[in-house]
Design a protein. Structure first.
Length: 259
């Protein structure tokens, strides 16, 4: 293990939050902060997409150590998912036990509006990809049980805290499309018919690897737009980054009260 990873391990961080596009403001309330560039961590892959800084941010939230990862690898950047396997495996080696995933997503459900925070209760993999395939030493462990992919006990606690603190928290199913293009109106109609509530281009591969490694997973979508054909708003990555801030405050409050 590298010197940097050993340093992080000695701090005793058990919870890590991977930040979705435009969600770095979730780190604003941290105390005793220090940052490490992904480039300074041997073997840590660096994201190439705007809105993903490529920094590990460690600090205290309610006097508890926590790690935020500003930047993730998307499978539409190329490859077989090996970089995502490496990314999550290194977090496991640092001592992370609970992985919280966040993302910016498009709503397929008119009851889940722009600016809402949706807790993911299950997912649909529509990408045709799976990072577990890239694991070199395959054994029976790759046949991962996904019944409790998003930890039900932890989710119930998040819902309880949200209710106690008057934080609006929706819940639903996330569908992963590979991207990088946004979905067509026909695809949006199909996704709705399949039972999805929101659509995005991340989160599922990280969940698959984290569950393979025995980590507990929670995940939240910040709704930045409605899917194509539901509204007339033009979709763009710039719009996603701009609208992510609407739900970030609610998610920040929920995390602060929960951790």
């Amino acid at each position: 293990m590298s010197e940097t990873l050993e340093k992080v391990r000695k701090i005793g961080v058990k919870t890590a939050v991977i930040l979705g596009s435009g969600l770095k403001s979730l780190t604003d309330d941290l105390d005793d902060v220090f940052e490490i560039s992904y480039k300074d961590i041997n073997g840590f892959p660096s994201p190439k997409i705007n809105g993903h800084a490529g920094k590990m941010i460690i600090g205290k939230l309610n006097h508890e150590n926590i790690m935020f990862l500003s930047g993730r690898i998307h499978m539409y950047e190329g490859g077989d998912g090996g970089e995502i396997v490496e990314f999550i495996t290194l977090l496991k080696q640092m001592g992370i036990e609970h992985l919280i995933l966040t993302n910016a997503a498009g709503s397929l459900n008119k009851e889940i509006n722009v600016g809402d925070v949706m807790m993911i209760t299950d997912h649909i993999n529509f990408s045709g990809k799976n990072p577990l395939i890239s694991i070199k030493d395959k054994g029976n462990d790759i046949f991962v049980d996904m019944v409790n992919a998003y930890d039900k006990d932890i989710n119930e606690n998040f819902e309880k805290i949200a209710k106690e603190n008057h934080i609006t928290l929706k819940r639903g199913v996330y569908i992963w499309a590979l991207g990088p293009n946004f979905e067509t109106p026909a695809e949006v109609r199909m996704f709705k018919a399949l039972g999805a509530d929101v659509a995005g281009m991340s989160t599922v591969p990280e969940t698959l690897i984290a569950r393979y490694l025995g980590m507990k997973v929670s995940a939240f979508s910040i709704i930045t737009n409605f899917g194509a054909g539901i509204s007339n708003t033009k979709l763009s990555h710039e719009q996603t980054l701009k609208m992510a801030g609407l739900g970030a405050e609610s998610l920040k409050k929920l995390l602060k009260k929960s951790l």
